[in-house]
Design a protein around this ligand. Structure first.
Ligand code: AHR
Length: 500
């Protein structure tokens, strides 16, 4: 048995939770768009070619905002190719994956899909293979009501009302040698500053995200953030880090990715605030963690078609996730929430088929991977105030992140509903955890619901033929006495307890 305790008090609040942390990323990559979102001819496809079975699962996932269209493909993308009559749209070489982009889905279809699905769009605009005119036209096309060539093009394409996209990303991973038109920090810092400036001149209500280093292991990590911020601080609202957790045969080392992500967030916030201090500025740059996931089974060559073949659709990195992966994703989601005073948006990468919680078969069914469950439960219950916590937990030692506590906990209070939600990951692989949570002044009187993700086989998966192998259960041993919640959490389990 391992023990852990948490104390929260009504008066000690970190921040309100921004529900844009339950975002997702949908790239023109593999079968995320073609065969995932868009498959005309599929038995569930609607008049726009959108798979309804997928829309239902995306709604159940509880996704709030979706970043589109890339990703690495963004750096060679002409958004104008994806508007207007579909039979006139150009076919282009897509140089980030050596495939052919048919442009059958583009900005207008994406916005339509978002509206049908109840999701806020987050658009990324290309400043790699294009100059600022591309970004200018993109924003003008989307957000100006009419009376200019670009906005009237949108109206002529059947969209009388502006798309009103309020969250824009400028570029993608511009520091990577794998990127079309890779840039130095100064080159990118200047471009993102000028792009953000004109984007906001077109629509003052837009918020702009700039790319952080592609990951925490880039050799220029830290310098990149400083130089980009020194150039663009006055114009941008968000810095956008990415992380793909590496697999590790040692499960505790794998789980230490949660602590590494926490450190990554805190370091990036410190870099933003250091530049604010240099400038004597009260402005605070927020984080949009706009790509995060496990990249456990990627092989470098799996990300591309063979050079010279240029297929239209190429299934890529359709990883099958395990229970162990679901536990890590649950804990990482908590880390984003626990840093919610500065993490105001996040996009799980990616939404469908490509390292995704939702899988589809062409002309066949759609199903939920194991990682679907922590993401959807976190969104279902994730709202309100993030409580500050005093946590006490036994530790274990890892190579990746030194001492790590077995418990990862999160407490949210929803005052209007009189409801409090506890997310708790027990990282002890062998022992149950006796957890107590002192909910001081939160008015809890009864347990409303519990959910538990656990399985004796940490490598168990959901597949097309066995899609419900892993589903959440409930916690059997849980009680509320006075203001103290107590629960016995299974070894290696991710848990939700709701009280009111
Ligand atoms: O999500 C897959 C790829 O990972 C994205 O295109 C890129 O931004 C990142 O390197």
């Amino acid at each position: 048995m391992t023990r852990a305790s948490v104390i929260v008090d009504k008066d000690f609040v970190l921040s309100d939770l921004d529900r844009r942390v339950f975002g997702q990323f949908a790239e023109h990559m593999g079968r995320c768009i073609y065969g995932g979102i868009y498959e005309p001819g599929h038995p569930t496809a609607d008049e726009d070619g959108f798979r309804q079975d997928v829309i239902e699962l995306v709604k159940e996932l509880g996704c709030t905002i979706v970043r589109y269209p890339g990703g690495n493909m963004l750096s060679g993308y002409n958004w104008e190719d994806g508007i207007g009559p579909k039979d006139k749209r150009p076919r282009r070489l897509e140089l980030s994956r050596f495939v052919t982009e048919t442009n059958q889905m583009g900005t207008d279809e994406f916005i339509k899909w978002c509206r049908k699905t109840g999701i806020e769009p987050m658009l990324a605009t290309n400043v790699a293979s294009r100059d600022l005119n591309g970004a200018w036209g993109h924003v003008e096309y989307c957000n100006i009501r009419g009376g200019t060539t670009m906005s009237d093009r949108r109206r002529a394409n059947g969209f009388e009302e502006p798309h009103n996209v309020k969250f824009w990303c400028v570029g993608n991973e511009p520091d990577g040698r794998w990127q079309i038109a890779q840039k130095t920090a100064r080159e990118y810092g200047r471009i993102v500053a000028e792009a953000a400036k004109i984007i906001k001149w077109i629509d003052k209500d837009i918020v702009v995200a700039a790319s952080a280093s592609s990951n925490r292991n880039m050799s220029h990590y830290g310098d990149w953030e400083r130089v980009v911020l020194e150039n663009a601080f006055d114009y941008i609202d968000f810095l956008a880090p990415h992380t793909y957790f590496k697999n590790n045969p040692d499960t505790m080392e794998f789980f230490a990715n949660i602590d590494l992500m926490d450190a990554y967030i805190k370091e990036t916030v410190a870099m933003c605030d250091a530049v604010a201090a240099q400038k004597r500025s009260p402005k605070r740059i927020m984080l949009s963690f706009d790509e995060w996931n496990i990249a456990a089974r990627w092989k470098y060559e799996d990300k591309f078609a063979k050079k010279g073949e240029w297929p239209e659709v190429l299934p890529l990195i359709e990883d099958v996730y395990t229970v162990e992966d679901a536990l890590l994703i649950g804990g990482a989601m908590q880390t984003l929430i626990n840093n919610g005073d500065r993490v105001k948006a996040a996009c799980f990468a990616q939404l469908i088929n490509v390292i995704a919680p939702i899988m589809t078969q062409d002309n066949g069914p759609a199903w939920r991977q194991t990682i679907f469950w922590p993401l959807s439960l976190a969104s279902r219950y994730g709202r309100g105030r993030i409580m500050r916590q005093t946590v006490s937990s036994e530790y274990t030692t890892t190579k990746a992140a030194a001492d790590i506590p077995y418990l990862v906990s999160t407490v949210l209070h929803q005052e209007e509903e009189g409801q409090t939600v506890v997310f708790a990951l027990n990282r002890n692989l062998h022992e149950p955890m006796d957890l107590t949570v002192a909910l001081k002044g939160l008015g809890a009187t009864r347990i409303l619901a519990t959910h538990e993700i656990a399985n004796a086989d940490l490598k168990a998966t959901n597949t097309r033929d066995n899609p419900d192998n892993i589903r959440p259960g409930t916690i059997t041993d849980v009680a509320l006495e006075g203001e103290t919640l107590s629960a016995r959490l299974k070894p290696a389990s991710w848990n939700v307890i709701v009280v009111n």
